[in-house]
Design a protein around this ligand. Structure first.
Ligand SMILES: Cc1cc2nc3c(=O)[nH]c(=O)nc-3n(C[C@H](O)[C@H](O)[C@H](O)COP(=O)(O)OP(=O)(O)OC[C@H]3O[C@@H](n4cnc5c(N)ncnc54)[C@H](O)[C@@H]3O)c2cc1C
Length: 402
């Protein structure tokens, strides 16, 4: 360890970085976590943690903290199709005690970061990483600016958990935007939204969708997602664009009548991207830094945390034997593929449905009538049942037959 500042530098203290840092610190590794922000901080997100994510947070021992923070438990998601049809994706029916969570990222991310600190990771906030440091053909640390001073921090392993367009992937030339979907997400908090006690809602329109997720203390997260070109080329201020978009979805407009926006609108786009590789000589990528498709299926936070838990034992074993080569770390790519491939395919299928209003109407109608298919899809969307169940020809026939 001579000449190193830590055994692992984790760049980014979102869900992926905090969970990775904690899992490695718990294994006895010397971990340095760097984030450019100071926590608590807001993050543009619909702030819905799917049922698998809620279960993972409970496994991390955080259930009581989440309750103390007022996390809102959601038994289901009511999904509205463009033509007015709708169906209830009922997680509790798919698996007893299956509930999703609504909690602001202000609270959730600070909780996860504090947990990482508590189990021994050294956390530096306000530490802006400028690039990955590459020497002798492998990553050996980062260049970072802390309090206006640029410094080099060294470690044999760097974990890029710095989100979409993260600097670690970018400086290694691994960033790759997807040509489709090219959507931008706009989110804001509201107070006074009615009728959202037991579930959240998704509303699909033509070329757009909106999400409503109840959070702590009576707040509701309202998201509007539409084509990035429409957002970039708008002829009106962002607030007017956001409100006009929501007003175009009649059920959403009804729910928001009398509600009041709290705080500003946050936006991100285009959202879909991936890194060409998630592991290489001296580095791993976790969470959005590795890939992100679209928020509709609500997998982002869960996959960020799960990916971190997949990375940690591989990183730990590599550090123990003093070999952090691409070959040694390659199994991370394989375990990720195994964990996420089926849900990724489901997410792509869902993209096809939400981009084709007639197909979405057709499917919503069938799902409303067909309990078996609805239960399977609810379990899969919540991450409570294997995603491959929603890819089976039997399921697809049950869903799509007239
Ligand atoms: C509009 C929108 C809505 C979404 N809705 C949902 C949802 O409802 N449910 C869901 O599960 N997912 C949702 N997602 C996805 C979800 O937000 C991400 O998947 C999740 O945040 C990924 O976590 P992460 O830790 O990988 O990255 P992030 O949460 O992005 O964290 C990255 C961290 O890295 C830090 N960082 C970045 N660059 C640097 C740097 N150069 N130096 C130091 N630190 C740096 C940042 O400050 C940040 O704290 C949504 C995404 C968008 C855009």
């Amino acid at each position: 360890m001579a000449g190193y500042d830590a055994e692992v530098i984790v760049v980014g203290g979102g869900p992926a970085g905090s969970v990775a840092a904690a899992a490695l610190a718990e294994r006895g590794r010397r971990v340095l976590l760097l984030d450019k922000a100071r926590f608590p901080r807001h993050k543009a997100c619909s702030e819905y943690v799917n049922a698998a994510g809620a279960r993972l947070l409970a496994d991390l021992g955080l259930e009581r903290d989440l309750d103390a923070l007022g996390a809102h438990r959601m038994e289901a998601m009511l999904i509205h199709a463009p033509g007015g049809r709708r169906f209830l994706a009922d997680f509790a029916a798919a698996e007893p005690s299956g509930t999703a969570l609504g909690l602001s990222r202000l609270r959730l991310d600070a909780l996860l970061l504090e947990r990482a600190r508590a189990v021994g990771a050294e956390v530096r906030e306000g530490a802006h990483v400028r690039e990955a440091l590459t020497e002798d053909g492998r990553v050996q640390g980062v260049e970072v600016t802390i309090a206006g001073v640029r410094e080099t921090l060294r470690a044999p392993l760097v974990i890029g958990a710095d989100g979409r367009h993260g600097v670690v992937a970018r400086s290694l030339g691994l960033e790759c935007a997807l040509r489709w979907p090219r959507r931008t997400g706009l989110v804001a908090h509201y107070r006074g939204v009615s009728g959202l006690d037991r579930w959240g809602e998704m509303h699909v329109g033509a070329g757009c969708y909106a999400g409503l997720a109840p959070l702590e203390e009576g707040l509701v997260n309202v998201a509007f997602v539409t084509g990035s070109a429409a957002v970039a080329n708008r002829a009106e201020p962002l607030e007017a664009f956001f409100e006009r978009g929501l007003a175009g979805l009649p059920e959403v407009a009804r729910k928001l009548a009398g509600a009041e926006r709290v705080g500003r609108i946050r936006g991100v786009g285009p959202m879909a991207h991936r890194a060409r590789r998630v592991a290489g000589d001296g580095f791993l990528l976790v969470g959005d830094a590795a890939s992100f498709l679209d928020p509709f299926t609500g997998d982002g936070v869960y996959e960020a945390m799960r990916g971190a838990l997949l990375a940690a034992p591989i990183a730990d074993a590599a550090l123990r034997v003093g070999d952090v080569s691409a070959e040694r770390l390659a199994s991370y790519r394989d375990v990720r593929r195994c964990a996420f491939w089926a849900k990724r395919r489901v997410a792509w299928l869902v993209q096809g449905f939400i981009s084709t209003p007639a197909l979405m109407d057709y499917a919503a109608d069938r799902l409303d009538e067909r309990g078996g298919a609805r239960e399977t899809l609810s379990g899969v969307l919540g991450g409570l049942r294997p995603a491959r169940e929603a890819l089976s020809p039997v399921f697809l026939a049950r869903l799509l037959r007239p």
